[in-house]
Design a protein around this ligand. Structure first.
Ligand SMILES: [Zn+2]
Length: 398
């Protein structure tokens, strides 16, 4: 094993067992065989992408269960990564991102284990790791903030081009009156039950789903039609609508915890289909989440990146943008450091695919143009002139 491969494998891409369940914001962790990826964060936001994976290992048979869906949600992995970048830019802090890299033919990470893995022991391991990573992220949010929000990100193929925002109520229920929806029999079935019971303004369930400061309303106001929202309170009879699935149910606050969950099913055209549209949506979602969390969850929109404890191992902050990277990237890190720095990119096999040294002025970002590289995940390593490792982080080349 080469030295570079060793660094990649041990420092960044260790298995759950090797990592001993401690996660540092800004680092990337993966489960067995790299099937599940967890980008640990420090914001009270988790983005999960269960249906955006591409891997089709021969060691996992294709799922053939009756009525099982095996079609992936196109570009939702890419969308999750662009939302990651947008949230970092909006908040100056890092969200928790959890991605199922397996194709839905191999694992459906939004079903119970029997349907998700369809009998494959290898897929069952990945399924467990998916939920272990989500639990780790939830635990981190509770420790830092006491509460938080999980967005389960999907893509739908329905005719009406709008976001479908799911809180676990189905479309006939959403057509009920605001006053009825806010009674305990409906309120207590919501994936944001904790938010309904504890929000800054005493808003009821209907206000939180389709009032002025509902997530759907904020997105619709910024150019992304959504249902439910103030503009579109419920699907009409005969219109298709996804109201939330296994992840929203299991990881939201309906049955326990102070972590709320919302499923966002994205339409394709204008949201998922191109890099530019994904970027536009990611930017607006990040802005909407800032308003949403500041309005309902915390004292203001400026709630910072709280730390549970002073963590000396977390090291310096580093940001790479844009990320996903497109031909060139900018790297910014701690203001007081200057001198010659070396940027190295490793691929998933631990091979160096790019390396360059640059002289950095205090507080100035490093900008670098990249050669053509295949699309995918890379490890960026930053070292100083004494070859001491400053920081490693992941970048996605698009
Ligand atoms: Zn989906």
């Amino acid at each position: 094993m080469t030295k570079t491969l060793c660094a990649w494998t041990i420092i960044c891409f260790c298995t759950l067992k090797l990592c001993a369940q401690t996660y540092q914001a800004g680092n990337v962790y993966v489960g067995t065989k790299n099937y599940i990826e967890y980008d640990a964060g420090n914001l009270p936001i988790i983005i999960t992408a269960p249906h955006g994976g591409y891997l089709e290992p021969l060691t996992i048979p294709d799922r053939t269960c009756a009525d099982c869906t095996t079609i992936m949600d196109a570009n939702t992995q890419e969308l999750a990564r662009q939302i990651d970048t947008a949230l970092r830019q909006e908040f100056g802090c890092i969200p928790h991102i959890i991605i199922n890299r397996l194709h839905r033919k191999k694992l459906d990470a939004n079903r119970d284990m029997v349907e998700a893995a369809d009998g494959s022991a290898e897929a069952e391991v990945a399924w467990r790791e998916w939920h272990q990573f989500i639990h780790a992220a939830k635990k981190d949010m509770v420790q830092r903030y006491g509460r938080g929000l999980l967005i389960d990100l999907h893509g739908h193929g329905h005719t009406v081009q709008r976001l479908e925002v799911g809180y676990l109520l189905d479309d006939p229920e959403l057509r009920l009156s605001d006053s009825l929806l806010s009674t305990p029999s409906y309120r207590n079935r919501l994936s944001i039950k904790n938010l309904v019971l504890h929000n800054n303004n005493g808003f009821n369930a209907a206000q939180l789903m389709r009032g002025s400061f509902a997530l759907g309303t904020l997105l619709a106001t910024n150019g992304f039609p959504a249902v439910p929202s103030q503009q579109d309170v419920a699907p009409l009879v005969g219109e298709s609508y996804f109201n939330g699935g296994y992840n929203t149910l299991r990881h939201g606050s309906r049955d326990s915890t102070t972590i709320d969950a919302i499923q966002i099913e994205c339409n394709y055209t204008g949201v998922r289909n191109t890099y530019a549209n994904r970027k536009r949506f990611a930017t607006e979602l990040a802005a909407a989440l800032k308003v949403y969390l500041g309005k309902h969850y915390f004292a203001s929109t400026n709630f910072g990146c709280r730390t549970a404890t002073v963590d000396k191992n977390e090291g310096i902050g580093i940001s790479v943008y844009p990320n996903p990277v497109h031909q060139s990237m900018t790297i910014q890190f701690e203001d007081s450091m200057d001198g010659v720095f070396t940027v190295t990119l490793y691929n998933l096999q631990g091979q160096i695919v790019y390396q360059d040294s640059m002289d950095r002025q205090v507080a100035m970002p490093i900008r670098t143009n990249l050669p053509p590289l295949s699309k995918g995940l890379y490890l960026l390593s930053l070292t100083n002139k004494k070859h001491t490792l400053i920081k490693q982080t992941k970048v996605f080349i698009e």
